[in-house]
Design a protein around this ligand. Structure first.
Ligand SMILES: NC(=O)c1ccc[n+]([C@@H]2O[C@H](COP(=O)([O-])OP(=O)(O)OC[C@H]3O[C@@H](n4cnc5c(N)ncnc54)[C@H](O)[C@@H]3O)[C@@H](O)[C@H]2O)c1
Length: 268
């Protein structure tokens, strides 16, 4: 208990999946939490459940595609709890119908994803940092993705926007470290959040699991615990890093699964 006691956290996209898990864990460990989400009913429900179990949280509407809305979320947090010392820039999305290969990608979709996935991270940090300086420091955690490290057949905009998040994390850490502000990112592999479960057919989930080093999928809490660590003072000498939480999916020789199948014929 108390790993983030006394901290005040703004969590974007906190009504579902990774953001929701993180909000619960942060509140359980003593932080005051603002759960900001486009789905304001979900955000309010999540905050009420946290309060019911003895934590401190409020829900808030946020449209992370709008600069003014991000600014309002930061100002709300400071007004509500007197400061902001943790910012989890977590909103991110893609549309598999439109976010295609580089020849066929919808350019409106490219701009939309760059705006929501990358620019919202810049803006959240831009508005929070002056308040963190006043508070004597803080921890910013950004949600990147393994899609920001490896090429794929589709999701060109998603991958490029998440690669931008990885590098923006380093720039932010380099620029504000002397103000005692750390900035790190978490790069999830496939995580079985409600969004992933509903948008991915079982066959696709099976392909992912086949190439994991571990024999199971990731869950929202696997990311939530990593963010909790990065938000807490336990990680006080870590900055500018992107922690990959992906079950060893991208760590090994990518052909290992096929290679094992090939070797099996000699072992009979
Ligand atoms: N689930 C995965 O497999 C996976 C893998 C890699 C990276 N990620 C990243 O993790 C983050 C969270 O994903 P998740 O799987 O928990 O998704 P999710 O869909 O479960 O939750 C995302 C939340 O963000 C909110 N949201 C969406 N657009 C918004 C906007 N413009 N303004 C405010 N709120 C908005 C949604 O209402 C939702 O509550 C995203 O950045 C995503 O790219 C997820």
């Amino acid at each position: 208990m108390g790993r983030v006691q006394g901290k005040v956290a703004l969590i974007t996209g906190g009504a579902s999946g990774i953001g929701l898990s993180t909000a619960r864990l942060m509140a359980r460990e003593g932080a005051k939490v603002v759960i900001a989400d486009y789905n304001v009913n979900g955000a309010n429900e999540a905050a009420a459940a946290i309060r019911d179990s003895g934590g401190e949280a409020v829900g808030l509407f946020l449209d992370a595609s709008k600069e003014a809305s991000i600014k309002e979320a930061v100002e709300f947090t400071v007004k509500q709890y007197g400061m902001i010392t943790v910012l989890f820039n977590n909103v991110g999305l893609t549309d598999l119908q439109k976010d295609l290969d580089v020849v066929n990608i919808d350019l409106v979709e490219w701009d939309r994803l760059m705006n929501v996935n990358a620019k919202s991270v810049l803006l959240g940090s831009r508005f929070a940092i002056p308040h963190m300086v006043k508070a004597g420091g803080g921890s910013i955690v950004n949600t990147a993705s393994m899609a920001g490290f490896a090429g794929d057949s589709v999701r060109s905009a998603y991958g490029a926007s998440k690669a931008a998040v990885v590098n923006l994390t380093k720039y932010t850490a380099a620029q504000y470290g002397k103000d005692n502000i750390r900035c790190n990112a978490v790069a999830p592999g496939l995580i079985l959040t409600p969004a992933a479960k509903t948008s991915m057919p079982q066959a696709v989930l099976d392909i992912f699991e086949k190439y994991n080093a571990l024999p199971y999928h990731g869950e929202a809490d696997d990311i939530g615990y990593t963010v909790l660590f990065l938000a807490s003072d336990e990680s006080k000498f870590i900055t500018g890093q992107t922690i990959q939480v992906e079950g060893g999916h991208y760590m090994a020789n990518p052909s290992i699964s096929d290679f094992n199948q090939y070797l099996a014929q000699f072992q009979q």
